[in-house]
Design a protein around this ligand. Structure first.
Ligand SMILES: Cc1cc2nc3c(=O)[nH]c(=O)nc-3n(C[C@H](O)[C@H](O)[C@H](O)COP(=O)(O)OP(=O)(O)OC[C@H]3O[C@@H](n4cnc5c(N)ncnc54)[C@H](O)[C@@H]3O)c2cc1C
Length: 544
């Protein structure tokens, strides 16, 4: 018996609804109280899975952005030009609320509505989520400068994508990026060398001139970036550096070159020099790192959501392919070893989705307990989902056999996209150290998180014993825990996922998750044991 295609080739996964086919996502949206967004998410799900969208996503990555530093008559223009497919993806992201929804909709569940859209968009075209989610994350910071926000606020609130390279006052909407990383250090921002000197008052408040560079400066075509620079002895300060100065002249942000990246190829990332570029103050002088870290908290949530999306897409592609490809007399999906592997991927996908969506729901909550949860669990979820996405996308590529390892298909792009979420916005080790820092600064937060987890873990002795190990660990001095930071973070991630599965997944899936993830044999190879007697039932439950 062979597949429906005469050559036993699986047709591309296309014209499906990315939202309604994902029961765990839909339940998470409903649980968070975002049912009001359901019809719109159904529309978006159909749009994301439609063939023209998949083609645009492919083209936006195939026809890469190009840097044009000078005009034909030798003037500096510092423009990056994109294929129309990039703009189609940017328009879709913007229309679907990814650039602003939770900051312009007062309903706490707007965070979950937003999260669902980002999770879906990332599955289909991830490069465009970079400028879009940075724009969303900058909104609370831009509000710190009232005259600037007076101009920028309505442009940030817009659902239209306006790519024109013109001053803010002429735009219908804007995008904003962030510039922190320099050659000598990205994690250790205290080493930044870019300097700012006061330059009087302008329409957006105190102005400064910035001189220096940024080594990674994504989306340089944004209308402005939030940039860290040192202000004399006051130290690192956050500035809004626009592409066009308030007086309508071009700002001196010179793009040196675009990065030749492993993946994320639709999105432009650059190196820039500031040649006395104008910046305006955002937040307090000398408090730049803590100001800009607020933005990073939002983008770390985004990395956890987007990597959960990668894992879901890896699973969806693998399931579709193996149901349509035959070997040794039956569909690959029905071969016992493959069924086991797919079931394990389904568990991984549901647990990643729950971890990210639960965190997103807490971003909308005014509750102090949810604030504690955010502080501890944002770096945990960022670390774990991003790490797991790297392994899962590789495994899903292999499920396609040779067809996975060619560019004429979706798997290469998904695989190359995955590691970037783990690197930017705080790399793995930095996230684990951040978990320890959160715990040592607010010991009550960790206690509260572990108490909540313990309440659920009483249903599963294997999980409960891990909660007790975590409690023992936090009773040690933080320095003693540093070398154990990865082990501690992994344990906290797995315990949290297990508790979420016990609370919200089907009985078979939660039992299988606990049975496998807390089995001493569980390790780096995916699909050794999904820990269930009926893996096919898990697959039926994971895909509607
Ligand atoms: C595609 C892409 C786009 C990017 N876009 C932007 C952007 O728009 N704006 C921006 O500001 N940055 C951007 N970055 C930069 C990114 O945020 C940094 O690369 C990242 O923060 C790591 O900094 P680094 O490269 O200097 O590595 P380093 O800081 O040198 O770190 C190297 C390794 O050491 C580890 N490490 C660091 N400190 C410790 C420690 N104390 N203990 C143990 N291990 C440690 C890190 O986890 C990492 O694995 C981008 C990066 C990429 C790849």
């Amino acid at each position: 018996m062979i597949g429906i295609h005469p050559d036993n080739q699986a047709p591309a996964l296309s014209d499906y609804n990315v939202y309604t086919s994902d029961p765990a996502l839909r339940r998470a949206v409903e649980r968070a109280g975002a049912r009001w967004r359901d019809p719109e998410l159904v529309r978006q799900g159909a749009e994301y899975g439609a063939e023209p969208t998949l083609r645009a996503a492919e083209e936006a990555n195939h026809f890469e952005p190009e840097l044009h530093t000078h005009s034909p008559i030798g003037e500096r223009i510092d423009q990056v030009r994109f294929h129309p497919a990039w703009h189609a993806m940017m328009s879709m992201a913007r229309r679907n609320g990814i650039a602003n929804l939770p900051f312009f909709d007062d309903r706490p569940s707007a965070w979950s509505a937003y999260a669902a859209s980002l999770y879906m968009h990332s599955q289909i075209e991830s490069g465009s989520t970079c400028p879009t989610t940075m724009t969303k994350a900058c909104i609370p910071l831009m509000r710190l400068n009232a005259p600037l926000y007076g101009v920028a606020g309505p442009l940030l609130a817009s659902l239209e994508h306006d790519a024109r390279d013109v001053p803010l006052t002429a735009k219908r909407s804007i995008t904003v990026g962030m510039g922190m990383t320099e050659k000598q250090g990205g994690s250790d921002l205290r080493t930044n060398t870019t300097r700012a000197v006061p330059a009087g008052e302008g329409p957006w408040g105190a102005e400064y001139l910035l001189t220096g560079h940024k080594w990674f400066f994504s989306a340089p075509m944004c209308d402005g970036h939030l940039v860290l620079a040192k202000l004399d002895e006051r130290g690192a300060t956050c500035f809004f550096v626009p592409r066009w100065r308030p007086d309508g002249s071009k700002n001196a942000v010179h793009i040196q070159r675009l990065k030749d990246k492993v993946g994320n190829r639709s999105n432009s990332s650059s190196e820039v020099e500031f040649a006395e570029a104008t910046g305006v103050l955002v937040g307090e002088e000398g408090r730049g790192i803590s100001t800009i870290i607020e933005m990073a908290t939002y983008t770390r949530l985004d990395c956890a959501l987007s990597s959960a999306g990668f894992i879901r897409q890896a699973f969806a592609q693998a399931l579709h392919y193996t149901r349509n490809r035959y070997a040794f007399g039956k569909a690959l999906a029905d071969q016992p070893v493959m069924t086991e592997l797919l079931a394990d991927m389904a568990l991984e996908s549901e647990a990643a989705t729950l971890l990210a969506m639960d965190l997103a729901a807490r971003f909308g909550s005014p509750d102090a307990a949810d604030a504690a949860w955010r502080r501890v669990m944002t770096p945990v979820a960022k670390f774990w989902n991003c790490k797991r996405a790297v392994g899962l996308t590789g495994e899903a590529m292999e499920v396609f056999g040779g067809n996975g390892y060619v560019e004429t298909g979706p798997m290469g792009r998904l695989f190359r996209e995955a590691p970037v979420n783990s690197i930017w916005e705080g790399s793995g080790n930095v996230m684990c150290l951040d978990v320890l820092r959160a715990i040592s600064r607010h010991p009550g937060d960790a206690q509260l998180v572990l108490d909540r987890l313990r309440d659920v873990a009483t249903q599963a002795p294997a999980v409960l014993s891990q909660v007790d190990k975590l409690r023992d660990a936090i009773s040690q001095p933080p320095e003693a825990l540093e070398r154990e930071a990865r082990r501690f973070t992994q344990r906290l991630a797995l315990v949290s996922q297990a508790c979420l599965m016990l609370q919200h997944a089907g009985a078979d899936a939660s039992a299988a998750f606990v049975g496998s993830r807390f089995d001493p044999d569980w390790g780096p190879v995916i699909g050794i044991s999904a820990g269930t007697r009926d893996p096919a039932a898990l697959l039926r439950a994971a895909w509607a």
